[in-house]
Every structure is written in C-alpha cells, then in structure tokens.
Ligand binder design. Structure first.
Ligand code: NAG
Ligand code: NAG
Ligand code: NAG
Ligand code: NAG
Ligand code: NAG
Ligand code: NAG
Ligand code: NAG
Ligand code: NAG
Ligand code: NAG
Ligand code: NAG
Length: 815
C-alpha cells in the first residue's frame, strides 16, 4: 500500500470512530476509541505498561499526557494478545465485551429486552459511560459500577445494601487492574459510614455521619475548592465530591496500596498532585491506638493517647488502654464529654431517641461505655431525625480531629470529677496544618468593621519612662494604628479563656487559641493581671510589632484592653514553639537537618531584621527556643517582644539596672553588669544554635554533667576535634557533616565572652548562607565557667531548671 493511501485510510478510521456513541450497528474494535463530546475522556482498549500480552477495555483521560485510567471493564478477565476483543451493544441493550472466539469476557447484564431501537452507549464528558434509551433514560452507568476511581459527580453510597452501586476495589498493582484485597464502600453494619477494607478487616474508617451536609472541604494549590457532601437520594445516603468551576481535572482513587487519595492534575508540572489521602501515614489507620486509645490528629505529629480515665495497657498502644477505676453502674457513674472526636466504631444505632433519652439508654445498660448523639434533620427524609449511638464494650478506632463531634464517655463519678480538670490541660486543641490557610489576617477585620469607632490609637508611653536610656527613640510620641478588638469578642473567641483553649504559658501570662467569629484561628496572649509588670511590656510589644513586618517574626493582628486586662492577638501558628519539638524525643524526628538549618537561618535573618534591616535597632533580649514559634512549614517566627528594647541611632550599648531575660541565654556582660547591645542577642543566638544542633537544653545537665554548661561542653568537644559528638543523634546519620560543623563553630563564635569578638548578625547570616565563607577561630568562653551564681528569676516560671550546684545570681528589679 502506498503511504498516501495509508494516511487516507487512517484518517478515515479516525473520522468515523472518534464519536461518543456506540450502537448495535457500530461496535468498538481493537484500535478504535470512543471520545466524549468535548474530548475529555476516551473509551478504548489498552495494555498496561508491563503486561503487553493482556489488554483491557477502559476509560482514560483523553487530554492528559500521562495515561490515567478511571474505569476498566474486564479487569479480572483480560483480553489476550492472540484473540483481540470487541465491545458490542447488543440488541437487548447490553454492552458485551467478547474476544475473537466469541467468548464473553465482560457484560453489563441489564438484559433489557423491550423497546430497544435507538438505544446507544454514550461516553459523557464527566467520564460516565451510560446506556441511554431513546427517551433519555439511562439503564446502566459506569458510575454505578466503579473500579478504583471516583470522579466529581459520582456518588459513593454510605450504605452497603445498595443494589445499584458497587464498592470501589483497588488495582492489584501499579500496572495490574485486577481486583485486589483493598475495597472501599458503605459499612454494612450501620449505613452511616464509609470504610476501606483490607480483605475483610477494616483498614480505615470515616467517622459515622453526624447530619452535616458538608463534611469536609479542601482547597487546591490554585485556589479551587473541593467539598465532601452528603446527599440523600430516596432513603439512601451518598457521599459526593463536587468541585468549583475553576478546578482542574480531579479524581479520587483507592490506590493499590489501600490508600484513598485525592488528586488534582497540575498542568504546569504535567503530573497528578496528591492533595490529601486517607489513612494519613500516622495513627489514622483503623484501631491503630487499640481499645480505648485514640489518635490525636490535632497535633502536628498525630499520636496515640488514652481516653481520660484510662492508662496505657503496656508499653505501646498495641493493646490499647485500660480503665483506671472500674465502672460502678447503678448510679455511681457519670459521663465525661470529649469534644472534636472521631467517634468509635462498633456502635449500636438506637432509633427514635432524643439526646436525653440517648444518655438514659446508655446509663441504664451496665455494659454501655459511651454514647454520641446527632441531629440528622437536614438530611433525613424519615420522621426520625435522631442519631443515637451507644457502645456496649470496647471503644475502637477513636480519633480526635478538627470538626469532630462530642463523645460522652462513661466513667466512675469520682474519675469524672478528677478528669474533667485534667482533661482541659491534657487535650489542648492545636490547629492543624491545613488551618494555616485560613488563620492569617481577616479575623480582626470582622470585629473592626462592626465598629470602626472602636479603633484606637496607642500612644507610646513606654518611651517616656525609658528615655534616660534611649535618648532618641524613634517611636517617641508616635502613634500606631492597629486594629482594636473588643473584649467581648475575645471572650467569645476563647470560650471565656477556657483552659481547653490554652496553648501555653509565657513569662507574662497565658496564651489561648481563639476563633473569632467562628471563622479564623488566632493566638490570644493574655497578660497576667497581677504581674505588675505587664503594662509597659504591653505597650512596648504592641508598638514594636505593629511596626515590624518580616517573615521570621510573628505577626500581631490586633490588641485589646479592658479594665486591667491586656490582650494581644497574634496570627495563629499551628506548630507551637521550637522547644516543643527540639526537646521532645517523640517529636524531634520532625526536625531533620534541612529543617533545622532552615530554622537557624530563619532566626538569624529575623534577628538581622530587628538589629538592622528594620531601620531601627531593636534588641530582643529574650531569644530562646520557647520564643521561636513554627508555622505549618516549620518556618521559624520570633515571638515575645515584651522585653525588646529600641536603641537610638548612635547608641551602641546600654546599661540597665533591670536585667530581664532568661539566665542561660544571657551574655556574661548582660547577666553580670546589665550591659546589653546587639551582641547580647548574638550570644543568645549562639546558645540557641547549640541547642538546635545538639538537641540538648542549655539548662539540662544530661550528657554534659562533667561540664558546667552546654557551652563549655560544646567548646571542649570542638577543641578536641570531636564536635560531631555534639550533633543530635536523631540527625547524625543523614546530615551533611560540614554544614553542621560550621554551625557549631559559628555558635562558639557567637558565645565568646568578649562582645566585640562576637559577629554581628549580618556576618552571621552571611556565614550561614555561604558555605565557603571563612570562619574565624573562636576563643574559649570561660566566664560562666569560673563564676558561680545562684539564680533568682521570678519572672520565668517556665524556665526554672537553672539552679546548678551552688550558683548564685541576684537580679535586680528596677521598678
Ligand atoms: C515494569 O517493567 C520494568 C522493566 O521490565 C520494571 O523495571 C518495572 O519495575 C516494572 N514495573 C512494575 C510496576 O512492575
Ligand atoms: C507474553 O507472551 C509471550 C508468548 O506467549 C511470553 O513469552 C511472554 O512471557 C509473555 N509476557 C508476559 C509479560 O506475560
Ligand atoms: C439486532 O437487530 C437487527 C435488526 O433487528 C439484526 O439485524 C441484528 O442481527 C441484531 N443483532 C444481534 C447481535 O442480534
Ligand atoms: C436475558 O433475558 C432472556 C429472556 O428474558 C433470557 O432468556 C436470557 O437468559 C437473559 N440473559 C442474561 C444474560 O441474563
Ligand atoms: C423510557 O422508557 C423506559 C422503557 O420503555 C421506561 O421504563 C422509562 O420510564 C422511560 N423514561 C421516561 C423518562 O419516559
Ligand atoms: C493487608 O492484609 C495483608 C494480609 O493480611 C497484610 O499482609 C498487609 O500488610 C495488610 N496491608 C496493610 C496496609 O496493612
Ligand atoms: C501554573 O503556572 C502559572 C504561572 O506561573 C500559575 O499562575 C498557575 O497557578 C500554575 N498552575 C498550577 C496548577 O500550579
Ligand atoms: C508494642 O509492644 C509489643 C510488645 O511489647 C511489640 O511486640 C510490638 O511490636 C510493639 N508495637 C509497636 C508498634 O511498637
Ligand atoms: C452485658 O454483657 C454481658 C457479657 O457480655 C452479657 O451477658 C449481658 O447480657 C449484657 N447485659 C446487657 C444488659 O446487655
Ligand atoms: C440545617 O440547615 C439549616 C439551614 O440550612 C441550618 O441552619 C441548621 O444548622 C442545619 N441543622 C443541622 C443539624 O445541620
């Protein structure tokens, strides 16, 4: 055949086959494909990469370069190479896939015999293959018979007893569409939840439906939104995944590893991006934390805990938790409320019970361990809108997450009395990573726009008091406009400063998580009323931070005063402070070397900004691990400017009679003589750097017992060429040694006794960012080694591990 004829023939084939209809008169043969109206999806035959002998009929994205199959017809019955297949719509409206010997490999089995003329199989742009009657009724849809993929618009039933839909079943391998052991679908025992099974064992479970119609929503990188909605059709519940109009191609797939993934096509990188998956690679797996244990997903690093009133049964959670005090039954028990829970599995659904009746149902059954109640009014079509669940026995697969519901746990009354206090401290609610998207800014505008008149200007009275020290303070008489947030709103936001919302304590008071207007998360710093020292620090901090904008500094969003209450409203940072990771053996693995190095550089840049780049000279005076907060990407944010000082233009050094700060982070000249300069911050930075590299607290005597301090210990190792021994064992193996060693040497430069020998932050940043920049040789820090002091530091209730044998130091309070 001449080449020209081949071309003509091929284009002829293409013309007549690139259609979205399959009719009895026009079957689909090997090499043909059906393309949906707008060219989004294609139906045809394919062979997976590694199985060249087998082929399948399936649907894939027609306009995405990476071949991605969303549906496969004959997944367990491949067409062999020797005998090519053909997909036919029969006269009784069935799709039949058969091989060349006429053997049926797959069929739809509708067997719809009447009124068949004009029926066609149509591939829609949604990816749905339907068999459509001439009057428009679809008698079969591939969306009702999914393989491993859900597309937007395709429902997933919460009920297992659905004769229309079948479960998702994962592929057996990356190139093998055969059915595997992993499947996903409605839970047959309740019709209220979706489960992923590994064979017959549950592998993951979504919490039982609680009546909310939108159960989750996700935002993609380009701003599109995908939501998980629950809809009632007839008397059955379905989960659907609608997306906003601007969304790229999306699919939800039960991956061959058993993980349910949400993917979006990124046309820039030409790849599928996973934007969430379940179970997440933590304690999210089914019953991972054992009976009466729960997985706390509100922590940055989710981990197992015991429900209050229970203690771990064994060293880890493989056997879960056991009760501390046995139930009394007969009136001796009470219920403890857990908020924000993924309620356990294996419940009994008691119909027609209001919330009080639900509680009574549990109370009167001595085997009942917990109950949970929800109102299904918006979804249910039946008269019974109650959803009373009770548990008779072990509580398995419990979790804690944002947007969870209340679980009422039965415990002996005496335990409830004790735990209801402990609980509040034991379960601080911490924002998850996703939150960072929503938590910044906006918040205070709500309050602000409600009453613009409330916005006040803050006069910087602070500077007057200290003008003897800082002669030409640039903030003198300057007023800063910063959103004023009304006290009532803060009270509401923090649930009247409920202990549940407490994130931690700082030197001047407590920090609470808040949710202004129920939309955004903020951190509220409440200065303690009786500190007697807060007023100046307060003004100081407000005025200072309002001026400062740097990505390594925490952002102040607003402030509030009310009688003697003083409150600062900050952006919320989901990850707490650096010390919470660095010195916690269960969490420090999060801080791998690249992360630590990023944190070090971030802090250095933040300090440089304070010292120089902000146009002011601001000395923080209290830099330490607990004052470095981490955002969701583990970027450091320097916080707590309560003790920061602004220097005038020509000032180099100031003496104060009031030494504030945290003893072991203080430079010798400051601790001893009250003299401070930018180099005092350099010293604190050096100490912090040593802590980050070693994972050791400056105040701990562990490992450094033969040495008066971590600084002396580090010096000794470095001097003998053994600096690598200082490196935190959790990072030793994988870190680039030269980088770590440079950091150790740099830290020793920063903690030298002579302030003039310490580098400025500008050189520090330079040395950190340029691997080849030469590092001077540090001198031995001897000051703290020779002198012995005892510390009396009332200001820092949280940093009291400072009393070394016989050391004495008195700090004068100058006001
Ligand atoms: C597919 O085959 C290639 C080459 O034979 C092999 O390297 C690859 O691991 C295979 N992939 C899978 C998923 O089996
Ligand atoms: C494909 O078939 C050929 C011939 O039957 C056989 O030699 C080869 O191993 C088969 N390949 C695979 C991947 O099964
Ligand atoms: C379907 O019906 C048409 C006309 O009624 C007939 O010609 C054709 O052979 C039938 N096809 C099959 C597969 O039975
Ligand atoms: C379809 O229905 C006809 C008549 O009702 C019956 O004879 C035939 O066996 C059925 N075919 C299938 C595949 O169920
Ligand atoms: C279309 O026809 C089928 C069978 O004839 C019938 O069951 C169905 O109700 C009809 N649908 C509409 C919308 O008329
Ligand atoms: C699924 O079950 C199999 C066999 O019981 C087991 O080997 C496998 O590890 C399980 N998969 C997961 C992800 O737990
Ligand atoms: C692709 O790149 C453009 C320009 O850089 C950007 O606006 C767009 O958001 C990117 N799209 C995705 C999906 O990342
Ligand atoms: C938990 O402890 C048991 C025995 O103490 C051990 O066999 C098991 O591997 C441990 N599991 C985990 C996840 O560490
Ligand atoms: C409580 O559990 C025990 C043992 O499992 C059982 O024999 C008893 O009938 C149960 N009582 C109730 C009220 O369900
Ligand atoms: C039901 O819907 C109404 C309005 O859509 C809403 O205000 C109410 O909170 C919903 N109730 C529940 C239980 O979700």
């Amino acid at each position: 055949m001449a080449p020209l004829q081949v071309v003509v023939l091929l284009s002829f084939i293409c013309l007549c086959k690139s259609d979205d209809h399959l009719t009895p008169a026009k079957p689909l043969a090997a090499g043909d494909k059906l393309v949906s109206d707008n060219g989004v999806f294609a139906l045809g035959f394919f062979s997976p990469k590694n199985s060249t002998n087998d082929s399948y009929a399936g649907i894939w994205y027609n306009n995405i370069p990476e071949r991605t199959y969303v549906w496969v017809a004959n997944r367990d019955n491949p067409i062999t190479k020797a005998s090519p297949g053909k997909l036919v719509l029969t006269n009784n409206s069935d799709l039949v896939l058969s091989d060349s010997q006429g053997r049926a490999l797959w069929t739809t089995m509708c067997n719809f015999t009447s009124g068949t003329t004009g029926t066609a199989a149509i591939l829609l742009d949604s990816g749905n293959l339907v068999i459509r009657m001439p009057n428009g009724t679809d008698i079969w849809q591939s969306f009702h018979h999914p393989t491993d993929t859900i597309l937007p618009g395709m429902p997933l039933p919460l009920s297992a007893n659905d004769d229309l839909y079948t479960r998702l079943v994962a592929w057996r391998g990356p190139d093998d569409p055969a059915t595997s052991d992993y499947s996903m679908g409605g839970d047959p025992s309740s019709d209220l939840q979706v489960v992923i099974w590994n064979g017959t064992r549950p592998y993951w479970r979504r919490s039982a439906w609680n009546g909310e119609l939108v159960t989750a929503s996700y935002q993609g990188s380009t701003g599109f939104i995908m939501t998980l909605r629950i809809v009632y059709r007839g008397d059955k519940l379905y989960m659907t995944f609608p997306v906003s109009d601007d969304s790229p191609s999306m699919r939800m797939v039960l991956h061959y590893t058993g993980v349910f993934r949400f993917l979006a096509w990124n046309s820039n990188s030409s790849s599928w991006e996973v934007f969430t998956e379940q179970p997440s690679p933590s304690c999210d797996q089914y019953a991972y934390c054992g009976p009466f244990g729960y997985c706390d997903a509100t922590e940055t690093v989710p981990k197992c805990n015991c429900l209050s009133g229970f203690v771990p049964d064994g060293v880890n959670f493989s056997r879960g938790c056991r009760i501390k005090e046995d139930l009394k039954c007969g009136g001796g028990d009470n219920f403890l409320t857990f908020r924000g829970m993924k309620i356990p599995d294996k419940f009994v659904y008691v119909r027609n019970r209001g919330i009080d009746q639900c509680r009574a149902e549990c109370s009167r059954n001595c085997n009942c361990t917990a109950y949970a109640y929800a109102n299904l009014q918006n979804g249910s079509t039946s008269d019974d809108v109650s959803r009373c669940l009770i548990w008779l026995g072990e509580l398995v697969d419990t979790g804690k997450f944002r947007d969870g519901e209340n679980l009422y746990l039965r415990l002996a009354s005496s335990t409830v009395a004790k735990e209801s206090n402990v609980l509040k401290i034991a379960l601080p609610v911490i924002a998850t990573g996703i939150l960072i998207l929503t938590c910044v800014s906006l918040v205070f505008w709500i309050c602000k726009s409600r009453g613009k008149r409330r916005i006040k200007k803050i006069k910087n009275k602070y500077t007057r008091q200290h003008s003897k020290n800082s002669k030409s303070n640039e903030l003198e008489n300057e007023s800063i406009e910063l959103p004023y947030i009304c006290f009532e709103d803060v009270v509401i936001a923090t649930d009247n400063f409920s202990d549940c919302n407490m994130l931690g304590r700082g030197g001047f008071g407590k920090v609470y998580k808040g949710r202004l207007e129920g939309v955004n998360e903020v951190a509220v710093k409440r200065l303690s009323k009786n500190s007697g020292q807060g007023a100046d620090e307060f003004r100081n901090e407000v005025v200072l931070i309002a001026k400062l904008q740097h990505r390594s500094l925490v952002r102040l969003l607003g402030y509030c005063t009310h009688e003697d209450e003083k409150l600062l409203i900050y952006e919320c940072l989901p990850n707490k402070s650096l010390d919470a990771f660095l010195f916690d053996a269960t969490r420090n693995f999060v801080l791998d070397w690249p992360t630590r190095f990023k944190v070090i550089k971030g802090i250095a840049r933040g300090l440089l900004y304070l010292h120089q780049d902000s146009g002011l000279t601001i000395i923080h005076r209290d830099l330490k691990a607990s004052n470095v907060l981490l955002d969701a990407e583990m970027n450091p944010k320097i916080s707590d400017f309560g003790m920061a000082r602004i220097f005038g233009g020509n000032e180099q050094q100031v003496n104060t009679i009031r030494v504030v700060g945290t003893y072991r982070y203080m430079s010798p000249e400051y601790a001893m003589e009250g003299s401070f300069s930018v180099k005092s911050d350099t010293y604190s930075f050096g100490v912090l750097l040593l802590e980050i590299v070693s994972g050791l607290k400056i105040s701990s005597s562990h490992l450094t017992k033969d040495f008066p301090s971590l600084v002396a210990y580090a010096w000794s190792l470095w001097k003998d060429g053994n600096a690598r021994e200082l490196v935190d064992s959790s990072i030793t193996e994988i870190c680039p040694l030269h980088e770590v060693l440079r950091c150790i040497q740099l830290s020793l430069l920063c903690v030298q006794d002579d302030p003039s020998a310490r580098p400025l932050m500008s050189s520090t940043v330079f040395m950190l960012e340029n691997e080849t920049a030469p590092l001077p040789t540090p001198k031995e820090p001897v000051y703290f080694r020779q002198r012995k002091y005892e510390v009396e530091d009332q200001r820092h209730d949280y940093d009291l591990e400072m009393s070394l044998n016989g050391m004495t130091m008195t700090m004068e309070e100058g006001r």
